[in-house]
Every structure is written in structure tokens, then in C-alpha cells.
Design a protein around this ligand. Structure first.
Ligand SMILES: C[S@@+](CC[C@H](N)C(=O)[O-])C[C@H]1O[C@@H](n2cnc3c(N)ncnc32)[C@H](O)[C@@H]1O
Length: 466
């Protein structure tokens, strides 16, 4: 591996690297000789072949790299290829005239990595070709060296002409699947281009201060003393801080002692909308990993009771860890919240937060693999679950109580359409207008769009039982 080349790439875009998260995961089998490009090729191969998410695969593979800068480069290549997948794959379709066999997805991934370096990293072109071709040996596929060399050199020769083709194809130009572009154009005829451009950008890193432990301004000073530059978030997120550059969470002062959490500003809007007060009984119906439940507990320590439900066993563990780190207490139940007979004691709730499972199309800039993994059938599946969750939870709400429906989706079919259908079916439900300085007004709720005020895309609707 050419280490000076990697130094160059690392320093060129280091401010963009997301912090590295190391989860306890089994290390996949790989050669001890594998460098960052080979690791990235194996990760992308597994994502494409097994349809697994980057955040579930990558941490285990990164453990195979000793140096932090190699880990950072592998991560950048994986996220970058996912961000630009539809454009890079379009180029590959023109450049490779024979079919790449299903058992050679690692070579396809390597070619995408080569093209990504040409297009989006400031790597000298000759270095892209030699470093990428060499990886064929690491993948034990030296037969592919000729193919990789020919494809990358062909891109170099024809890039001007190829990029004209990219411009003419919307899916390639904006690097989004065609079906999703069609929905976005329909839902946002005036601003779909801004949305897809924001989806392809690097996400900022925002924090939520645990104001029960430390005031926001005090924590700003602590950040400053640690050499981390940041600014206060807008007034609608009173505990929010926006970092100028992402940092490793372990560098955040007193992170392990629960002073602060990493949370996008658009995800920090629930406590205000829930109209929290002392002595209320609150349900977080889909609680893991616990960001919003923790925020509720931090904002209103005088609640009578907070109950958090989560159906996924692994994520239930993360929910418990979140509250433990922040030294917060709630009654946590591992259950399918729709099966109320298995967990509900019959005492109605004053407030219900339903942060529903969704397409996550509002957080594509954080998880660009969503564009590659999600299908139209997945959208239909989550809509069914959203419908079932709303119906199952309604009888649990007190008269006069409020239900806050939230998604990190920007699709109308998961947002306003769900609330409209719900209101039509329930004569004892009325939607409360959200009058706010953030987001855009939808008929029944409010929508933040990716990149707008530097926030992710979230939908909020508040429904009261009359
Ligand atoms: C959008 S996430 C919630 C994020 C969480 N509110 C936070 O802020 O950290 C949705 C969660 O709902 C869980 N979930 C999905 N269906 C569920 C169900 N029927 N019952 C309980 N939890 C469910 C998912 O496993 C997932 O953890």
C-alpha cells in the first residue's frame, strides 16, 4: 500500500470523515494484508450481495485495519461510493462491455471505488489506477488486474464525453434511484433538486446537551476548552449545539458521563411539541436507540412515569445503554407495541410519542446506502406498519391527551397521508396546527427538509383526543 498517497487523501478531506464508531461485532474473515481499498471493496460487495446496511457491516471490517487513517479512508470510500452509487454504476455500465459475474461483486465494488476516487477525491489520476489495480492481488483475483486497469484508463481518456452522458440522465446526475426521484418530484415539484443535492452532501454533527446535568453555555465553554469549535443551535432547539466539524464522540467532554448526546437538530423537536408538564404519564412507543425518550426525560424531570417500548432485541439493548449513560430512568419494555394485551396495564397515557419505523428518506445524507437498499415494496411495508401502530395506540391515549407522530421520512405517503387517513377514521381525533419557525407547513403537520437550516428531514404531526 502506498502510504504517502493515503496521507494525501486523508488530509484532503479529513474534515468530512465521520467519527468512527466501533461496535462489538465479530471480525469477518479477511486477509491480514488487506488495505483500506480492499476492505472497502469487501464491505460494498457484502452490502450489494446480502442487502445489509453499511452501519451494520462496516464497524466489524474496520477492525481489520490497524491505522486510524486507513480506517478513515475505508469508511470514506464506502460512504462515498454509496452516495454516488447511481452515477458511478451508470459510468460502469458504459465502460464495461461484458457482464461482471455475480461471484465477482468485489471487482465491481473495486471499479466503483476507482471511479469514486477519480470523481470525488483529490487523488492524482496515475495513483488511482495503480493503487486500485494492486487491490486485485489483495482480493486474490489477479486475473482482474487487466480489466480494472483498462476500465480506469478508459474513464481517464473519455471522461469529458462520459460526464456529458451523466448530465443527460437524471438518475445518474443526482445519484438517486429513478423510482425515488419520481416520488420526490411529485411530492416537492419546486424543490426536489435542493433535496437530492442535500442528500448527496456530508452531514453535519449536532449535539443535544443534557440540560439536567449542565447548561448549554457551560458545555459550549467545555467544548471550546477541548479545542472543538461549535455554535449554538437556533432557538427552537434549546439544548442543541452544531459542531463546525464532526469529531469522534470520545473526544466530546464528559460524553461517557452523560453530559451530551449526538442528535440531529431536526430530531430535537419532540419535547416542545409534546407540551410536557410535571406529573404526566408518557409513552414512547418505538423507543430505541432512545434519543427522543432521553430528551423527554432531560426536558421534564417531573413526569409521573415514562414508558419506552421497543420490539427489536438488539436495539432494546441500545435503548437501555442510552439511558444508563445519561443516568436517566424510564420503564423499558421489550414488546411489539401493537400487541397491547402483552404489556399495557390499562392506565391511559397523557402523551404518546410515535416515532414510527419509516423509509428514512429524510436521513439519506447520513445513510446514503438507503438509496441502494430501499425498494418501493419497502415503502408499502412501512406504511402498513405505520397504519397499524396509529390504530393500536389510539385507545391508550387519555381524552384531552396528545399523540405526536414523527418520521424521518420526507415522503407524503408516510406523513400527511397517514395522518389524513387516521383523522378520517377517528372522529375523536383532531390535528393541532404546529406554528413554528422551522420546516414547512404541510396540511396536518410540519416537515423539515434535508439541508434546510442544516437539519435532517423529519415530519411531525400532533393529534389530540377530543
Ligand atoms: C425510528 S426508530 C425510533 C427512534 C427513537 N425514537 C429515537 O429517537 O432514538 C423506530 C423504532 O421502532 C421500533 N419498532 C418498529 N416496530 C415496532 C413495534 N411494532 N413495536 C415496538 N417497536 C417497534 C424499531 O425497531 C425502531 O427501533
Amino acid at each position: 500500500m502506498n502510504s504517502s498517497l493515503d496521507d494525501l487523501i486523508f488530509s484532503a478531506s479529513r474534515q468530512h470523515y465521520k467519527h468512527l464508531i466501533f461496535l462489538l461485532m465479530p471480525r469477518p474473515s479477511m486477509s491480514s494484508q488487506s488495505g483500506p481499498r480492499a476492505i472497502a471493496a469487501l464491505v460494498i460487495q457484502r452490502l450489494l450481495d446480502k442487502r445489509q446496511t453499511l452501519s451494520s457491516i462496516l464497524p466489524g471490517y474496520l477492525k481489520g485495519l490497524v491505522h486510524k487513517k486507513d480506517q478513515a479512508l475505508a469508511q470514506e470510500l464506502c460512504y462515498g461510493v454509496m452516495r454516488w452509487y447511481f452515477q458511478l454504476d451508470f459510468l460502469l455500465g458504459i465502460l464495461v462491455n461484458k457482464h461482471i459475474k455475480a461471484k465477482d461483486t468485489d471487482i465491481k465494488a473495486l471499479l466503483l471505488i476507482g471511479l469514486y476516487q477519480f470523481r470525488y477525491l483529490r487523488t492524482p489520476p496515475h495513483a488511482v489506477v495503480s493503487a486500485t489495480v494492486e487491490v486485485c492481488n489483495e482480493l486474490h483475483k489477479s486475473w482482474a488486474k487487466g480489466l480494472v486497469n483498462a476500465v480506469l484508463r478508459s474513464y481517464q481518456r473519455k471522461s469529458k464525453h462520459l460526464l456529458r452522458n451523466v448530465e443527460a440522465d437524471l438518475s445518474a446526475r443526482y445519484s438517486h434511484p429513478r423510482w425515488l426521484l419520481d416520488i420526490l418530484k411529485n411530492d416537492y415539484p419546486d424543490c426536489w433538486q435542493e433535496i437530492v443535492t442535500a442528500n448527496n452532501s456530508y452531514p453535519p454533527m449536532a449535539l443535544r446537551v443534557n440540560t439536567g446535568k449542565v447548561a448549554r453555555d457551560t458545555y459550549m465553554t467545555m467544548l471550546n476548552q477541548a479545542g472543538i469549535t461549535a455554535h449554538r443551535a437556533p432557538p427552537w432547539t434549546p439544548a442543541g449545539i452544531m459542531l463546525d466539524n464532526p469529531v469522534d464522540v470520545n473526544k466530546l467532554p464528559e460524553f461517557m458521563n452523560g453530559y451530551v448526546s449526538v442528535q440531529d437538530l431536526a430530531a430535537q423537536l419532540s419535547p416542545d411539541l409534546l407540551d410536557l408538564k410535571p406529573h404526566l404519564r408518557v409513552l414512547d412507543a418505538c423507543a430505541a436507540p432512545g434519543g427522543k425518550l432521553a430528551h423527554i426525560l432531560e426536558s421534564e424531570p417531573g413526569l409521573n412515569e415514562a414508558v419506552g417500548i421497543e420490539s427489536d432485541r438488539f436495539r432494546f439493548g441500545r435503548l437501555q445503554q442510552t439511558l444508563d449513560r445519561l443516568q436517566l430512568k424510564a420503564r423499558l419494555i421489550h414488546a411489539d407495541v401493537r400487541e397491547t394485551a402483552t404489556w399495557w396495564d390499562g392506565v391511559e397515557f397523557d402523551r404518546i410519542l410515535l416515532d414510527a419505523p419509516c423509509s428514512a428518506t429524510g436521513v439519506i445524507r447520513r445513510h446514503p446506502d438507503i438509496k441502494v437498499l430501499r425498494t418501493p415494496a419497502d415503502i408499502e411495508t412501512v406504511i402498513t406498519v405505520q397504519r397499524e401502530l396509529l390504530s393500536a395506540l389510539w385507545p391508550l391515549l387519555k381524552t384531552g391527551g396528545k399523540l405526536l407522530y414523527v418520521t424521518c421520512s420526507i415522503l407524503d405517503s408516510e406523513n400527511d397521508q397517514r395522518i389524513r387517513e387516521f383523522l378520517n377514521k377517528h372522529s375523536d381525533a383532531r390535528s393541532i396546527i404546529i406554528d413554528a419557525d422551522w420546516g414547512i407547513n404541510t396540511h396536518h403537520g410540519r416537515q423539515t427538509l434535508p439541508g434546510q437550516n442544516n437539519m435532517d428531514g423529519f415530519y411531525y404531526a400532533c393529534v389530540q383526543k377530543t
